[in-house]
Design a protein around this ligand. Structure first.
Ligand code: FAD
Length: 390
């Protein structure tokens, strides 16, 4: 792996930096977890996509720039360093799109990806069910064959931003007689405003209303909206999960930028002579850099034709713990003021720490809980005996 950037990569970084400086909204957008913020962030997705910055690593025909993975990481670094708005399209871009690139038909890619890149269609992930989170293969929602498609029934839970999204993708049991729980599952897409879909918002700790559970009652889905082969949804789902944990969900730019902000906060709040929290600030900086270098190594491996396997679980555990530690340190620096949410009148100017801390607590849960990731690391990377899941 070469740690120096090429001239083309430096030029790409400069172009991204200039574009972001010229286009980032002058004042922060409202939270994308509210109806008003969702609409504002959808408009931001349109702005990004108009100059092909919304999905830089995608092929140009789908709205991207044919950029390399390394260029995507560079773009993300610039994006977070510039303090650009959160991405309301992230479920589609980070989860559904890689699944379509691997398992979708050309017709599906042509129909779905450009509208995803522009923010015209925003996607929710409908995987979890009330009794099926970690043990996803135990899911009970069904897809039943009809003459020209499928009828979906059941309940999905914990669907991020589904209260405002346009469409969802999820796994359904299409063969109740399959010999194993993860066989006989089909991966389907459906509109959230279809007949038979009820979207019920679920309250969050921060009071924002975008999280939802979905109730499906004979929801019709045409064959054109099945991803991969019927009955083989598990394979497609596992490629989505690997992408989510391994590379696409949390790029290092998010943490290197937050570590920079934390360092600035430490200088402003504690002063260089106050060493109380210095080691924790330094630790956050070092860990964010370590994650960055580890990700560069993974990206180089993929660019050379390799792939990420169980190592994606290492990533997931590492960044989720880093995120909590970083935010905890910021709150300890701020003292009682740190508890004010971004909307509070006296919230710290460099806001986001309290809201960021609350959200960071979910990191060890979503995208597969850290307990499960540790089991995967133990069994598949360290070769330890099978544990509780056997
Ligand atoms: C902020 C947030 C956003 C989310 N967004 C979405 C979304 O958009 N779409 C979606 O489909 N889902 C979403 N989820 C759901 C998420 O994927 C699940 O919460 C997660 O998979 C855990 O499942 P569970 O909640 O059913 O917990 P459980 O599986 O019941 O786990 C409870 C606890 O038991 C532990 N545990 C369970 N089984 C084992 C085992 N075999 N070995 C060791 N420990 C075990 C778990 O690690 C956990 O600590 C979201 C969750 C959160 C918190």
């Amino acid at each position: 792996m070469d740690l120096d950037f090429t001239a083309a990569e430096d030029a790409f970084r400069a172009e991204a930096r200039d574009w972001l400086a010229a286009h980032i909204p002058a004042s922060p957008l409202p939270s994308l977890e509210t109806a008003e913020g969702f609409a504002a962030h959808r408009a931001w997705e349109r702005t990004l996509s108009a100059d092909r910055w919304s999905v830089v690593s995608w092929p140009a025909r789908h709205g991207g720039r044919d950029a390399s993975i390394l260029q995507w990481l560079i773009f993300e670094e610039e994006y977070f360093a510039a303090g650009a708005p959160g991405r309301v399209s992230q479920n589609g871009i980070n989860l559904l799109a890689p699944t379509l690139f691997e398992h979708g038909t050309p017709e599906q890619c042509g129909r779905i990806l450009p509208a995803m890149a522009s923010g015209e269609v925003i996607w929710a992930q409908a995987w979890s069910e009330p009794e099926s989170g970690s043990d996803l293969a135990s899911l009970r929602s069904t897809a039943t064959r009809t003459a020209d498609g499928w009828l979906l029934n059941g309940q999905k839970a914990w669907s991020s931003r589904a209260a405002f999204a346009d469409r969802a993708f999820g796994l359904f049991r299409s063969d109740p007689d399959a010999d194993r729980p993860h066989r006989g599952l089909t991966y389907l897409m459906f509109p959230l405003d279809a007949d038979g879909v009820t979207v019920r918002p679920v309250g969050r700790l921060d009071g924002k209303p975008a999280f939802a559970e979905l109730f499906l009652d004979d929801v019709f889905v045409p064959d054109a909206d099945v991803i991969g082969e019927p009955g083989c949804g598990w394979q497609a789902a596992m490629s989505t999960a690997g992408n989510e944990r391994g590379l696409t969900l949390r790029s290092p730019g998010r943490f290197t930028a937050a570590a920079e902000r934390l360092t600035a906060l430490w200088r402003a709040e504690a002063g260089p002579d106050d060493t109380t929290l210095r080691d924790r600030v330094a630790d956050a900086v070092i860990r964010s850099r370590a994650y960055q270098l580890f990700t560069y190594a993974n990206a180089s491996r993929i660019a050379a034709g390799g792939s990420i396997g169980a190592e994606s679980s290492l990533n997931k555990v590492f960044w989720s713990e880093l995120d909590i530690g970083l935010h905890e340190t910021a709150l300890d620096l701020l003292g009682p003021r740190g508890e004010l949410s971004d909307e509070a009148a006296d919230a710290p100017a460099e806001g986001g720490w309290a809201d960021g801390y609350i959200f960071s607590l979910a990191g060890p849960i979503y995208a597969g809980t850290n307990e499960i990731q540790r089991d995967i690391i133990a069994e598949r990377l360290l070769g330890l005996p099978k544990g509780r899941r056997s």
